[in-house]
Write a protein that binds this ligand. Structure first.
Ligand SMILES: C[S@@+](CC[C@H](N)C(=O)[O-])C[C@H]1O[C@@H](n2cnc3c(N)ncnc32)[C@H](O)[C@@H]1O
Length: 463
């Protein structure tokens, strides 16, 4: 790649950025293809093949080649997420600010779709912690909810709101991640098309939008809570300048994150407030471009949200028994209904859910269990992928790889079964979804919207 392949003024605009070395940067874009990395789901241990570990993330691994994820059953079962390695640094920040997990926390991922960092945050949390993942753009919400459902946990709420809607939730979240919309230069190697959209004017527009988002969300952060800020851009206007603005506008103090020299990450300081930031340059790190920083709030925002509970929903006991029969540990869940659907969330989060419900548009809360059709509970796809299902009592049909592909394509499945009723379709012990076993056929209930569409001409597929 030649220098002039980059957008006009782009390289010049980076010349004075801390740690930027033009030749290393240009060579990395010319000679190295972007790396493939995955992050394993700690709640769904599997036989997924991995290569070298990503140094700043325990569950992160580079792959030696890019396999066909579409045809890997373990991908669909939520055993791992395909994520760019630099992004996984958020895991290291979270471990630094929360070395032990004594007190439950509430975490907000404000700009969350498609859910890479939400699943990463979720991995580091326990059931007693709450994760709220928000995505303002409605059309991007389904991919976010799908990815979080695949992760399997029941301590997650997804909302679709403008950040300003959160300003009424004063002092609510212990950690807020703002992975801000940005000019995207850090992704040039992965997505060369992003180059055509880059301009200095757009960098400035992004800067303004980033300030607006941060100002809107600040009141929702609790006193002594942590704000993690990240972009996939190299421009100081979107990074160190934002840190300076945050520290002068709000009562926020910088948090220094320990890093090892051999990781290749560049530690920077904002020009005025000397706030610490962490820059990832391809060529120096094994990953794409990223900026990340962490700040701590040292005041309480004025005004209190009303934390009182909503009136209790009256629930039909017979239906409740049906629902409970699918759960491994029914007592640890708060069950509720939204229209005809039954849902379950960890008991600890009942009040938070009710509060969020009054302020925000909720798109997913906990795990959708299913709905009653006559006496039969029609189990939901979310339940199949969840960790709360009672695998000892629910039927399970193991499939081989070829049958999995038939199942994921929503085709007929070539398999003889003796059992009758709802059954999980599994691969190496991991559930992929539901099918109904009938005396002479199997009804495939894999959701239409996410079925594999491409045609396989041979099996196994060529990557
Ligand atoms: C960098 S992406 C987030 C990537 C995500 N955190 C992940 O790791 O998968 C930024 C997100 O911010 C959303 N966004 C765009 N404009 C926004 C705004 N004004 N306020 C909040 N979020 C916005 C975008 O739709 C996008 O999903």
């Amino acid at each position: 790649m030649e220098k002039n392949i980059f957008p006009p003024h782009f390289l010049d605009s980076l010349a004075s950025e801390q740690g930027f070395e033009i030749q290393t940067f240009v060579d990395a874009h010319a000679n190295e293809s972007s790396l493939t990395s995955i992050r394993l789901n700690p709640f769904k241990p599997s036989e997924t093949k991995t290569g070298q570990q990503v140094p700043w993330c325990t569950d992160g691994f580079y792959l030696d080649s890019r396999p066909s994820f579409t045809y890997d059953p373990l991908f669909h079962a939520g055993c791992y997420y395909v994520q760019e390695a630099s992004s996984m640094f958020i895991d290291h920040i979270l471990n630094t600010i929360r070395p032990n997990k004594d007190e439950p926390i509430k975490v907000l991922d404000l700009c969350a779709a498609p859910g890479g960092k939400s699943t990463l945050l979720n991995s580091a949390l326990q059931n007693s912690d709450l994760l709220v993942a928000n995505e303002i753009i409605k059309t991007r919400v389904p991919i976010l909810t799908d990815n979080l459902s695949r992760w399997g946990t029941s301590n997650v709420i997804v909302t679709s709101n403008d950040p300003r809607d959160y300003s009424s939730l004063k002092n609510f979240f212990d950690v807020v991640l703002v992975d801000a919309p940005c000019s995207g230069s850090g992704m040039f190697r992965k997505d060369p098309d992003a180059m055509s959209e880059w301009s200095e004017a757009n960098v400035n527009l992004c800067h303004q939008r980033q300030e607006r988002i941060l100002a809107d969300i600040y009141p929702a952060l609790t006193e002594d809570g942590y704000l993690i800020y990240s972009t996939c851009s190299y421009s100081h206007q979107e990074n160190e300048d934002i840190l300076d603005w945050l520290c002068t506008t709000f009562k926020l103090e910088t948090v220094r994150i320990p890093i090892y020299k051999e990781w290749g990450i560049v530690e920077t300081q904002s020009p005025n407030q000397k706030a610490w930031g962490y820059r990832f340059y391809p060529g120096k790190v094994q990953g794409e471009g990223l900026f990340a920083a962490c700040l701590r709030k040292r005041e309480s925002s004025t005004g209190q949200s009303n934390y009182k509970n909503n009136a209790q929903q009256k629930l039909p006991a017979k239906e409740m028994d049906q629902v409970n029969s699918y759960l491994e540990n029914p007592d640890s869940f708060y069950l509720f209904k939204v229209a005809e659907d039954w849902l379950a969330i960890n008991r600890e989060h009942k009040e938070s859910l009710n509060l969020l419900h009054r302020h925000l548009y909720i798109k997913k809360s906990g795990v959708r269990i299913g709905k009653l059709a006559g006496k039969d509970l029609v189990p939901d796809h979310e339940l199949a992928l969840s960790l709360l299902i009672n695998k000892a009592t629910v039927l399970s049909t193991p499939l081989n790889k070829e049958q999995v592909i038939q199942y994921l394509r929503r085709d007929n499945i070539d398999i003889a079964v003796n059992d009758k009723g709802w059954s999980l379709m599994t691969y190496e012990g991991h559930a992929l979804g539901w099918a109904k076993l009938l005396p002479n056929r199997i009804n495939n209930y894999y959701p239409k919207e996410i079925r594999i569409m491409s045609t396989l001409t041979s099996y196994p597929p060529t990557p």
